[in-house]
Design a protein around this ligand. Structure first.
Ligand SMILES: [Zn+2]
Length: 89
């Protein structure tokens, strides 16, 4: 999936998918793969709004921050590859 950074129009309600412009989103989970500075972080079961048509996933701001914070911890610990399950902050 694409990890969408920056301000996203986000609400608990379904929104129209901006990628395929066909589907609508519904609450679900997704797998986030983050590659940065030579490290790879895979986070499973991340809560997201998922498009029912193309499966594009949209993370809210707090969830995105939490994933990025996890990546920062990896950098500090010298970890290069990690696969983990999402744990809410
Ligand atoms: Zn879509």
């Amino acid at each position: 999936m694409r990890l969408v950074f920056g301000p996203m129009p986000y609400s608990e309600k379904a929104m129209r998918c901006v990628i395929c412009k066909q589907g609508r989103t519904q609450p679900g989970v997704t797998t986030v793969t983050l590659e940065r500075d030579g490290l790879v972080l895979v986070v499973r079961e991340v809560p997201a709004q998922v498009c029912t048509n193309c499966n594009e996933a949209y993370l809210d701001e707090n969830t995105t921050k939490h994933v990025l914070n996890t990546a920062e911890q990896m950098i500090r610990c010298g970890t290069q590859v990690d696969v983990r399950r999402y744990v809410p902050a």
